[in-house]
Design a protein around this ligand. Structure first.
Ligand SMILES: O=C(O)CCC(=O)C(=O)O
Length: 279
């Protein structure tokens, strides 16, 4: 893997950069196998067993997206391969070097599997920070392609420069009865991303390539193509400028949101969010 000044500059300017060959074929193969084990466990009707812990997080879950799409969430602690990847792969260093964070901690993960040509497999326009209970610039998502992603294979799309927004958007996934200052309506995000002159980047990738996405970058994916399978494993990270700052629109995490060690305005404590890389 090579991280150069061009990655740092593109991430800062546009809110997304692609790191080619970030993970080698062995990591791709191991992660795909772990994802299949996790999915197979859900197919038995019971959630997968936890084999380790990354601290209090929501339990693993599986969600359908259209006819041919599956999303797995919070699977990190269900397989030693994921935990090994977290600690031994170049992931944490990559996040630190591109964001400029002095230290890097893991926050959460999701896996996006798209297997059929159904418009419902497209990921809707959104940004990731809208439900995060933290504040800080250094909360990126590291999206790893585990299959080749051509223009017809549900590539990720980003609205270049939206990382510079000074506000959040209200998410359709969070409470609709609450409006907070600093949040704008979801319709505005959608209107910007779908405007005829929107500066949209289409991120094709080879298996093992990674995209680093700024938490405010507005993004989506195209739907899966006919007869093609697209798998991406994405992880969220916390850098050294991040502090705990939940509000009424943040995701609630049982065992974390009310944990006495989580102090508003303070960094995430080492005991619950171990540092995985330091500059
Ligand atoms: O891979 C996808 O389809 C969507 C990924 C995404 O939106 C995310 O990780 O926030």
């Amino acid at each position: 893997m090579r991280i150069g000044p061009e990655h740092v500059a593109q991430y800062a300017a546009e809110g997304c950069t692609r790191i080619e060959g970030a993970f080698d074929a062995r990591w791709v193969e191991r992660l795909l196998a772990a994802i299949e084990r996790c999915r197979a466990a859900f197919a038995t009707g019971c959630p997968p067993r936890l084999v380790g812990s990354v601290g209090p997080r929501n339990p693993p879950s599986i969600h359908r997206t259209g006819e041919g799409g599956i999303q797995l969430r919070n699977c990190m602690s269900t397989d030693t391969t994921f935990l090994d990847w977290l600690r031994s792969s170049p992931a944490a260093e990559l996040v630190g070097r591109i964001t400029g964070a002095r230290s890097v901690r893991f926050w959460m993960d999701a896996t996006f599997i798209k297997e059929a040509a159904d418009p419902g497999t497209a990921t809707p326009w959104h940004n990731d920070v809208c439900t995060f209970p933290f504040q800080g610039e250094q909360q990126p998502s590291l999206w790893v392609a585990l299959t080749d992603v051509g223009p017809e294979d549900a590539p990720l799309l980003t609205l270049a420069g939206s990382n510079h927004d000074r506000w959040r958007y209200h998410s359709p996934l969070s409470r609709q009865d609450v409006r907070l200052p600093g949040y704008r309506p979801w319709d505005e995000l959608l209107a910007r991303a779908t405007a005829p002159d929107a500066d949209i980047r289409v991120w094709t990738a080879r298996a093992g390539d990674a995209l680093l996405i700024h938490p405010r970058t507005i993004h989506a994916s195209r739907a899966a193509g006919r007869g093609r399978r697209r798998v991406a494993f994405t992880t969220r990270w916390l850098g050294s400028d991040v502090v705990w700052a939940p509000d009424a629109l943040s995701v609630h995490v049982a065992g974390l949101s009310d944990h006495p060690a989580m102090v508003p305005g303070a960094p995430p404590p080492d005991a619950l969010f171990p540092v995985l890389w330091q500059a």
